[in-house]
Design a protein around this ligand. Structure first.
Ligand code: PLP
Length: 527
C-alpha cells in the first residue's frame, strides 16, 4: 500500500512519494512471472492512470493544463480518493504529470516526447541473400518457455481473444461436419467466410470483388504464395528497412535476394529511394506493410500510399502488401490500404485473423489482384485446402458476435499499453534510447545507444526469464544490432513493469561495460 494522506481539494498531499512507482520492484530479476496477466494486485488505479496517459498522448490534455482534482476524479470515476491518488502518483513517477504545491496536478511539458527522434533508416543499397530463419526460429522457441515474460513475442496476448465463442462455434460445426465433402473446401476457400471477409471490407469503406479472395493458412501462406506468383529464384525483392521477418522468410525460402529501402519511422518507405533502386538494380517486386508496420508501427499517409501505387504501376512492379494489423488502429477510422488505390491489379494484399480473433486457427487470405489465378493454383499445390472448421467458425463469429465491439476494446487496450510501455522504456533505459511511436498494432521498436548489442541483451534477458526480439531478426544484414522490439499487447502489470525495469538495467550494464572497455583500449593505445 502507498501511505499517502491525500488532500481532497486537488492539491497534492504533503510528502507525496515522487519516485515510488507502485509495482516497480527493486529486485532486478523482478517478481516471478505468472503468465501474461502477471500479478494484478490493484487494477483500478492502473486503469485510471492509463486512461489519463492516453488522453495526454492523444493531445486531449495539453502540457501545462491542470487535470481534475483528486476529489473531482474520485466523484467522476466513482473511485476512492486513495485509488485516484495512487493513479496520480503513478503518473507522476512516469513523468506524465507533476504536482505543484498548493495548486494541484498538471500535465508535464511534452511528456510523450522522447529526447531524440528515431531517424529514417539508411541501409546499404546492395541486394543480399537472406538467412534469418534459424535465428528467428530459435528466438521464437525461447519465447515459448513457460515462465518467461514474452516481450519478444510476435503474437498478441491471447487474453483478449474471444476464444470461448469461437471454439463453441468450432465444436458445433465439428459435430455436423461429417455431412460435407472435402470438395467444399477447395481453393479459394469457404464461400461463407469469403462473404464475411468481403462484407468486412465494405464496412471499412472499401468494396472488394469476393471472387478475388483466396483463403490461406495465415497471412504467412498468403505472403509466400503471392511472392512466388510474382518473382522467381534469384530475383531481387525490395523491402522496408527494418522489415517484418515473415517477409524475409518468404524471400529466403524462394531463393531470392532482398534489397533494403530507406524507411521513415513515421511515414514509411522512401518512394524516391525505392524508385532509384528499381531503376538501378532491377527489382522484381516489393513487399511493404503500410499500416502499423512491424516493427516500426507507422501508418503511411494516404497521399503517400497513392503515390507509391502510382509509381509502381508506372513501372509495372507488383507490390505485396502485408495488412495483418489494419484493424488495430489507434486513430479515429480504419486506415486505407494500398489496395484501395490500385487500378492495374499490381497490389497483392495479404491479411489474417491471427492478430484480431485468434492465431490458433491460422486463417488468412490474399487479394492478389491480377495474379489471382496463379495464387489460387499455388495455394492448391502448396496445401491443397485450408482447414474447413476454423474457416466456418470464424465466419460464424463475424456474422453473429460483434466483431466491431471486440475490436474497439482491443484497440483501446493497445493504445493505452503503447503509451505506458514507451513511458516505461523512457524511464528505465539509458539516456540516448529512442522509441517508435506506434499508430496501431502492439509492438514498440527500441533503439539503444550505440555499443549495446541486441543479441547480448537478448541472452542476458533470457537468463532472467524475459524475452525480447533482437533487431538482427528484422533485416538481412546486421543493420539493427542495437535495436530490440517489445510486445505490449498484455495488460500492464507490476510483473511487466518490473521486466522492463530489468531490461533497462541490463542495457545500462552493457553500455557501462562497453564504455569502460573502450576507455581501457584507448589508454592501452596511448601507452
Ligand atoms: C507483421 C506480421 N505479418 C505476418 C504475420 C503472420 O501472420 P499469420 O499468423 O496470420 O500467418 C505476423 C504474425 O506474427 C505478423 O506480426
Amino acid at each position: 500500500m502507498i501511505s499517502i494522506v491525500g488532500s481532497v481539494d486537488g492539491k497534492p498531499a504533503q510528502g507525496s512519494r515522487r519516485n515510488g512507482s507502485p509495482g516497480a520492484g527493486n529486485d532486478p530479476a523482478g517478481p516471478e512471472w505468472n503468465g501474461w496477466r502477471g500479478e494484478r494486485g490493484v487494477k483500478l488505479y492502473e486503469k485510471l492512470a492509463a486512461d489519463i496517459e492516453a488522453l495526454v498522448l492523444q493531445g486531449v490534455l495539453l502540457p501545462g493544463e491542470r487535470i481534475p482534482s483528486v476529489r473531482q476524479a474520485s466523484q467522476h470515476h466513482r473511485m476512492s480518493i486513495t485509488t485516484v491518488i495512487r493513479a496520480y502518483v503513478t503518473l507522476e513517477s512516469r513523468g506524465i504529470i507533476e504536482s505543484r504545491p498548493q495548486s494541484g496536478y498538471f500535465v508535464r511539458a511534452r511528456p510523450g516526447e522522447p529526447a531524440i527522434e528515431l531517424r529514417p533508416s539508411r541501409p546499404s543499397a546492395k541486394p543480399s541473400a537472406v538467412d534469418v530463419s534459424a535465428l528467428v526460429l530459435s528466438t521464437l522457441r525461447s519465447i515459448r518457455s513457460d515462465k518467461a515474460v514474452p516481450l519478444g513475442s510476435p503474437y498478441p496476448d491471447a487474453a483478449l481473444f474471444p476464444w470461448q465463442r469461437i471454439s463453441q462455434y468450432a465444436n458445433n460445426i465439428a459435430r455436423r461436419y461429417a455431412k460435407w465433402t472435402m470438395l467444399d473446401d477447395l481453393p479459394p476457400g469457404s464461400s461463407e467466410l469469403i462473404r464475411q471477409i468481403s462484407r468486412r471490407y465494405l464496412e471499412n469503406g472499401y468494396a472488394i470483388d469476393p471472387n478475388e479472395v483466396i483463403v490461406t493458412i495465415g497471412a504467412t501462406e498468403a505472403i509466400n504464395l503471392c511472392l512466388q506468383a510474382v518473382a522467381k529464384p534469384g530475383d531481387t525483392i525490395a523491402v522496408e528497412s527494418p522489415t517484418f521477418y515473415a517477409m524475409l522468410h518468404a524471400i529466403e525460402r524462394l531463393g531470392m535476394r532482398a534489397i533494403e529501402v530507406a524507411t521513415d519511422p513515421v511515414e514509411g518507405i522512401d518512394i524516391g529511394a525505392l524508385e532509384r533502386l528499381i531503376d538501378e538494380k532491377g527489382v522484381a517486386a516489393c513487399m511493404v506493410m503500410p499500416n502499423f508496420q512491424n516493427p516500426l508501427g507507422f501508418q503511411m499517409p494516404d497521399e503517400k500510399k497513392r503515390n507509391l501505387v502510382a509509381m509502381l504501376t508506372a513501372k509495372d512492379i507488383p507490390v505485396i502488401e502485408n495488412d495483418v494489423y489494419g484493424e488495430l488502429y489507434y486513430g479515429k477510422s480504419h486506415p486505407s490500404s494500398l489496395k484501395a488505390y490500385d487500378t492495374a491489379g499490381i497490389v497483392l494484399h495479404c491479411a489474417s485473423f491471427s492478430k484480431t480473433l485468434t492465431n490458433a486457427f491460422r486463417i488468412g487470405w490474399a487479394l492478389p489482384g491480377r495474379y489471382r489465378d496463379v495464387v489460387e493454383r499455388l495455394k492448391f499445390l502448396n496445401t491443397l485446402t485450408t482447414p474447413a472448421i476454423p474457416q466456418l467458425a470464424i465466419a460464424e463469429f463475424l456474422k453473429n458476435d460483434g466483431y466491431d465491439s471486440h475490436l474497439r476494446r482491443v484497440r483501446k487496450a493497445y493504445a493505452q499499453q503503447a503509451s505506458i510501455m514507451a513511458a516505461a522504456v523512457r524511464r528505465f533505459f539509458p539516456e540516448g534510447t529512442t522509441t517508435s511511436r506506434p499508430a496501431g498494432g502492439y509492438v514498440l521498436w527500441v533503439q539503444l545507444p550505440e555499443g549495446i548489442d541486441a543479441m547480448e541483451m537478448y541472452h542476458a534477458a533470457l537468463e532472467r526469464r524475459i524475452t525480447v526480439a533482437p533487431g538482427h531478426m528484422f533485416a538481412p544484414g546486421a543493420t539493427y544490432r542495437n535495436c530490440i522490439r517489445l510486445n505490449y499487447s498484455a495488460e500492464w502489470s507490476p510483473g511487466i513493469e518490473s521486466a522492463v525495469q530489468t531490461l533497462g538495467k541490463i542495457a545500462q550494464h552493457l553500455l557501462a561495460r562497453n564504455r569502460q572497455s573502450g576507455e581501457d583500449n584507448h589508454d592501452h593505445a596511448r601507452r
